[in-house]
Design a protein around this ligand. Structure first.
Ligand SMILES: [Zn+2]
Length: 478
């Protein structure tokens, strides 16, 4: 297939605000709206760190949807530390701290902030996304299908909140299950409504986020997908539920991928990218090698980066940084520190015979060969270029066979770094991609993002690198 060339990748990093390595790994809120007023839906993902269906669905909602009427607020990563650690809760169960929490609890601030968001007068309805064990059934069928399981249910704490818009919880939950049950991979996956009758004395459920909301007259639902499915199928079902609620609230939206098992899988895993220092460095780590070495980070400056997805975190670790995407560790970055040069923002390149300007942070598709046009005072280093003894690689026509495969950013040996220096200072980087197909890139509207601080305990917890238990096989719900 003939590719459109040259292809440039730009502006894919949706986050408006930069993040800082390790220091501010806390939840983000993405307020998506439109100029057509309407209801506001609040969606919370990642209250427990080992439930990737929920937080991936929330992250897709925050990055791959455009809201055309009404508003959607998304917290995709409420318990971000626990997501990185693949733990239900590094500091205990965050969803049992809404009735009462001590000031000394490391999650006191998180709870206070999310409570304020829930009670914001703009919020009309709240959804808390979970991955639960087995399949909830109102009557006992077998070990994994019975009233004590949680998967494939919409959870309500009571039938009705009197005189509140959308307060008919039982009725709404029933409508949602009816809609979602038209889109099942198998009849076995059908959703049911589960009422925990929390007010009547369920001490555990009384400590949860949804019951906090309901007590404060905010309609709220727990949404449980079954842990029996792989992550992308869990996210698929959560998105079906989210879209049913948006339809119910009259919220109009567009989605940038097809709502199918493979569409959701691609949307989750094919967009893992990060940029540093205003795009002077851009790394596509979707399929990255285990280690990326000699990345020219800025000497004695805070590491500032922008991720393509709110589940991406950069965590300090010994000599380098680990890059996480949700529960998955993607790669390690080993830096080499440089002073930075800010005298230029781009390079001129010849790609397959055509001349064009490339801004730092671009990834350029190359079919045959490329050359950086020489510029006085600057030198170019193509990482892995085979010919030794050249101090400046500008002016040299370079094909894929001229670069050592093991220096690629990706595992397949197609993406390479082209770095520009002025004397000893680093000016910026572009990526060349020898396999670049014209992907369907999302130029999503930047969401408004707030970042919150990280406590000393959380930093200490991140410094450890131990796998933590995930409560697998138990009946732990919500
Ligand atoms: Zn849960």
């Amino acid at each position: 297939m003939k590719r459109l060339l040259p292809v440039v990748l730009v502006c894919l990093l949706f986050l408006a605000s930069p993040a800082f390595a390790s220091r501010h790994i806390d939840f983000t809120i993405h307020k998506m709206g439109s100029d057509r007023p309407g209801n506001t839906l609040l969606v919370i993902g990642g209250i427990q760190g080992d439930e990737p269906g929920g937080f991936n669905a929330a992250a897709l909602l925050a990055t791959q949807y455009k809201i055309k009427k009404g508003s959607v607020w998304v917290v995709p990563n409420l318990n971000f530390i626990s997501i990185i650690k693949r733990s239900r809760g590094v500091h205990g169960d965050l969803n049992r701290k809404f009735a009462k929490i001590g000031r000394s609890d490391p999650e006191f601030d998180t709870i206070s902030k999310v409570k304020r968001i829930i009670l914001d007068e703009q919020v009309d309805l709240v959804l808390n996304l979970h991955d639960g064990s087995g399949f909830y059934r109102p009557t006992y069928m077998d070990r994994i299908r019975n009233p004590h399981r949680w998967g494939q249910s919409i959870i309500i704490d009571e039938e009705k909140i009197e005189s509140v818009r959308f307060g008919e919880l039982g009725e709404i939950a029933k409508q949602i299950t009816a809609v979602v049950n038209r889109h099942l991979f198998s009849e076995e996956h059908a959703y049911h409504v589960k009422n925990t009758w929390t007010k009547l004395g369920d001490m555990e459920m009384a400590k949860t986020l949804t019951y906090y909301a309901v007590r404060n007259l905010k309609p709220a639902f727990g949404v449980e997908v079954s842990k029996n499915f792989p992550t992308h199928k869990r996210a698929y079902y959560h998105l079906r539920v989210l879209e049913a609620y948006m339809d119910l609230l009259g919220i109009e939206y567009e989605r940038s991928f097809s709502l199918s098992a493979s569409g959701v899988k691609g949307a989750i895993y094919d967009n893992v990218k990060l940029a540093f220092y205003d795009n002077r460095i851009f790394l596509d780590v979707t399929n990255a090698r285990k280690r990326l070495s000699y990345i020219p980070l800025r000497r004695s400056a805070e590491i500032v980066y922008r991720p393509s997805n709110p589940l991406i975190a950069l965590v300090e670790s010994g000599e380098g940084y680990r890059v996480f995407h949700g529960n998955r560790r993607i790669t390690r970055i080993y830096p080499q520190y440089f002073e930075y040069d800010f005298s230029t923002e781009n390079v001129t390149m010849q790609i397959d015979g055509e001349e064009r300007k490339a801004a730092f942070g671009d990834m350029l598709g190359v079919q045959e060969s490329f050359m950086i046009v020489p510029k006085n005072g600057y030198r170019v280093n193509v990482i892995g270029f085979k010919k030794r003894g050249i101090s400046d690689e500008s002016g040299v026509m370079i094909g894929q066979e001229d670069i050592m495969k093991r220096f690629s950013v990706d595992k397949d040996g197609n993406i390479f770094r082209v770095e520009v220096y002025k004397d000893d200072k680093f000016s910026g980087m572009v990526l060349v991609n020898f396999s670049y197909e014209n992907e369907n890139l999302i130029a999503s509207e930047p969401s408004s993002v707030s970042l919150f601080g990280l406590s000393a305990e959380e930093k200490a917890s991140l410094a450890k690198d131990s796998p933590t238990s995930s409560g697998k096989g138990s009946n732990l719900g919500r």
